[in-house]
Design a binder for this molecule. Structure first.
Ligand code: TNX
Length: 516
């Protein structure tokens, strides 16, 4: 059996169960909840075998689903029993059923064939180690269509990753339709670089240059994607960057920056300085963001909104009279505290909408907002500090879970941002730091890989950066720590590689062999 991530327990037994035209799906209870899961399985069977199993309460050859109270497997776990006479899948929730189906699917062909669908008899008991199993995607530096996003979600879901961090805002493009502020997408989603293949160091467009590259998601598309994700037990966390990394918003609405000057069109370049930041001295900025966030929370039902907070060049705030006035009136000692003031106001606003914030670890500087969850990217230090302060946190250290970094080479590899995160390094990653007491460790919600796309321009390149490293991360966050086994993982990986080939998915094949 080549299931990834490795289940908590799996016993292979004698014989097989054959799924064929005589097989039906039986919903033992909770029909309304379980029917979409049955349809999900059917969609796969149709794809690989042209089969659609009737969903009815028939005896005989059945794949049966039931929701039951089963203490030991928790919210997302499942029990999957395959015998020569039938398949039975049980869980506490629909999420568990969907994960059981994903494991079942991994025993079936990857593409349409004439092969008999023979599932080996087995008993699986399975549940995740960590509750936050994330994949991030930067759609600002390069835009990826809704179809590509859905494929990304499919890949995530196949490996039981449950949180999609959608980096919708950055300097190089605002990608989310906001009805109240149409220029965010009519202006902020487009840039001038004719050559969108590589990261450019050129922040300024020339007078008269015309934006031609970009794109954005309409609210209708976002709703569909959020629903698509939910069917696969994936929660979408939108990231609305602030107060920095927002040259796109400033290009659309220049009055939101301290300089308040009209901007040249956007480029794909690397932005610094006040033309990339909101002005924390300006009340209009807060009104703007509250109105934007009102539309955001209406689109994304998950509990979290990511408010960014990373890499803000705050030097301009020192020279901005309104920022100085704000600091005086709020009794703020420095610009770090000014950023903290900004984030706290946003946290308060989002709390009034029943949402919690996540921010990059810079939000620790100048004082952490009271309920904030910290995403630790500059190593693990920020995350450790947050956990010690009894704040939830998510581990996303650049080393080893930035998937925009090289995984092999660099010879023969596509141009990447630097760093060297091999498959083995990802596999060996341990997200719970030794420095934490068991009580503090409870604040480690999980881990996430970040995929920044300065150099990633196509769906194929994106697949290549994510496959197979995401599979290693999936095993890190799902499987019991004690069952980690690099050799077994590599053996199981081979079947997944064949599946990627059959589906025409790009992946990095050789990066691990040198290290075994
Ligand atoms: C830093 S990671 C950034 C991103 C870049 C990335 C490149 C983080 C919170 N900010 O804006 O894309 O480095 O690896």
């Amino acid at each position: 059996m080549s299931i990834i991530p490795q289940p908590v327990s799996l016993q292979v037994q004698e014989g097989v169960f054959v799924i064929d035209g005589e097989t039906s799906i039986r919903l033992e209870n909770n029909e309304k909840i379980l029917k979409p899961a049955a349809q999900f399985l059917n969609a796969y069977l149709t794809q690989v075998a042209g089969l659609e199993l009737p969903i009815k309460n028939r005896k005989g050859k059945t794949v049966s689903f039931a929701l039951e109270k089963i203490e030991e497997i928790g919210e997302e776990g499942y029990l999957l029993d395959v015998t020569p006479t039938g398949i039975r899948l049980r869980a506490n929730t629909k999420a568990g059923i969907v994960y059981g189906i994903q494991s079942l699917i991994q025993t079936l062909p990857a593409v349409r064939t004439n092969a008999v669908l023979a599932v080996p008899a087995m008993a699986i008991k399975d549940y995740p180690r960590l509750q936050y199993r994330g994949m991030h995607l930067d759609v600002s530096r390069h835009f990826f269509s809704p179809a590509v996003v859905k494929q990304y979600l499919d890949l995530m879901a196949s490996y039981k990753m449950n949180t999609f961090h959608w980096h919708l805002v950055d300097d190089q493009g605002w990608r989310l339709e906001i009805k109240k502020y149409p220029r965010l997408t009519s202006v902020g989603a487009w840039r001038v670089d004719q050559n969108d293949k590589v990261w450019s160091d050129r922040p300024q467009a020339k007078e008269g240059e015309v934006p031609t590259y970009g794109g954005y998601y309409t609210q209708a598309q976002v709703k569909e994607i959020v629903q698509y994700a939910a069917q696969r037990n994936v929660t979408v966390v939108p990231e609305i960057e602030m107060p920095g990394h927002v040259a796109s918003a400033i290009a659309a609405y220049p009055h939101l920056s301290c300089a308040q000057k009209p901007q040249l069109p956007l480029t794909g370049g690397n932005y610094t300085g006040i033309s990339a930041n909101y002005c924390p001295g300006n009340e209009e900025v807060f009104t703007f963001l509250e109105e934007v966030l009102t539309e955001v929370v209406a689109l994304f039902p998950g509990q979290y909104v990511h408010i960014g907070g990373d890499e803000v060049d705050k030097s301009g705030w020192k020279r901005c009279p309104r920022c100085q006035a704000r600091m005086a009136s709020e009794n703020l000692k420095n610009v770090e505290e000014l950023q903290s003031y900004f984030i706290r106001r946003m946290e308060k606003y989002l709390a009034s909408k029943n949402r919690r914030i996540i921010g990059w670890d810079e939000i620790l500087e100048g004082g952490l907002a009271p309920q904030a969850t910290v995403m630790s990217w500059r190593g693990e230090t920020g995350g450790i500090e947050a956990a010690k302060m009894k704040h939830d946190m998510i581990m996303t250290p650049g080393n080893p879970v930035y998937f925009d970094h090289y995984q092999a080479g660099p010879e023969g590899e596509p141009l990447a941002i630097g760093g060297f995160n091999t498959l083995k390094k990802v596999y060996e990653y341990e997200p719970i730091p030794k420095e934490l007491t068991p009580e503090e460790a409870k604040h480690v919600l999980g881990a996430q890989a970040n995929v920044w796309t300065e150099y990633i321009t196509t769906a194929e390149h994106l697949e290549y950066m994510v496959l197979p490293r995401m599979l290693a991360l999936a095993e890190v966050v799902w499987s019991p720590k004690e069952s980690k086994d690099w050799v077994s993982f590599n053996q199981r990986l081979q079947k997944h590689f064949r599946g990627f080939e059959q589906r025409g998915l790009q992946y990095s094949p050789g990066n691990y062999t040198v290290e075994i």
